[in-house]
Design a protein around this ligand. Structure first.
Ligand code: ZN
Length: 267
């Protein structure tokens, strides 16, 4: 989950694996908790400054619910493939190639400055029929502890950069908080700007490079948690991710599981 931005890239490399592991554990807990009780954790953390006392039961005028999406538009049996922390000039093209080979559409959760730095990749993602998701400006996994104004800038500045990079009027359709650090406010801001808050149910833990087999096994073991699977195309060497994604897509086909996009307008 840890996104290493520009100037700090070298200084924190040694600690990145440990931090990524901790984030992955937290993320899994978060995903399962959310599956059982949607929105509860975020409501407890942020109730004092929430402007939405219903804790996400609301829906914005354009019909985008504030609640975190876990379902698939492609039906109950479908799986949503989501790809985080890119785009990355080395690994995003490899991920795109695997998806194309399997004729699978995925949702790419991009970090604003990465999109700005690699607009050609954003355009490729859109041209291949995938969907865009806002993964903030700085991938601050503690943003849920910060001001609403800060959260708003993290979300809306990234949306602007991603859409500028995409061009052709392409829209960012989802918002995923880094490390699952959603708040009622951030969900409201996202929904008000046409972006459905998007969670995950299966963390493949690919970020920590546990080996291709471990990444594949995580999907097989945890797909019963829910339909949305988390992979990464950013944050370092993603060779295991590319291989594991290829195997997972073979396995899903064998299992008769279609793939699709996360729900946007249904609760
Ligand atoms: Zn991330």
């Amino acid at each position: 989950m840890r996104f290493m931005a520009g100037e700090s890239k070298q200084g924190i490399r040694a600690g990145a694996v440990v931090m990524a592991s901790a984030a992955a554990v937290a993320a899994t807990v978060w995903g399962v908790a959310t599956l059982v009780e949607p929105g509860k954790a975020a409501t407890q953390q942020n109730v004092s400054r929430s402007t939405d006392p219903a804790g996400g039961a609301g829906s914005q005028p354009q019909g985008i619910p504030e609640g975190i999406a876990h379902g698939s538009e492609a039906g109950e049996n479908a799986v949503n493939i989501t790809i985080d922390d890119g785009p990355d000039p080395r690994w995003t093209p490899k991920v795109l190639e695997v998806l194309q080979r399997h004729d699978v559409k995925a949702t790419f959760c991009m970090v604003g400055p990465q999109a700005k730095a690699h607009p050609g990749l954003v355009k490729k993602v859109v041209a291949a029929g995938h969907r865009l998701c806002d993964h903030t400006m700085d991938h601050d996994t503690a943003m849920d502890k910060k001001s609403v104004a800060y959260q708003e800038r993290q979300i809306l500045d990234a949306k602007e950069l991603i859409e500028e990079a995409a061009g052709s009027g392409a829209k960012v359709e989802y918002y995923r908080a880094p490390g699952g650090a959603f708040t009622p406010d951030s969900r409201r801001i996202a929904a008000a700007h046409g972006m459905r808050p998007l969670g995950w149910n299966v963390d493949t833990k690919d970020f920590g490079k546990p080996g291709t087999a471990a990444v594949v096994d995580a999907v097989k073991r945890e797909i019963g948690n829910g339909p949305t699977v988390l992979f990464h195309d950013g944050g370092g060497n993603r060779a295991q991710t590319v291989d594991a994604l290829d195997q997972v897509l073979d396995w899903l086909k064998e299992q008769g599981r279609p793939t699709g996009f996360p729900v946007r307008t249904t609760p």
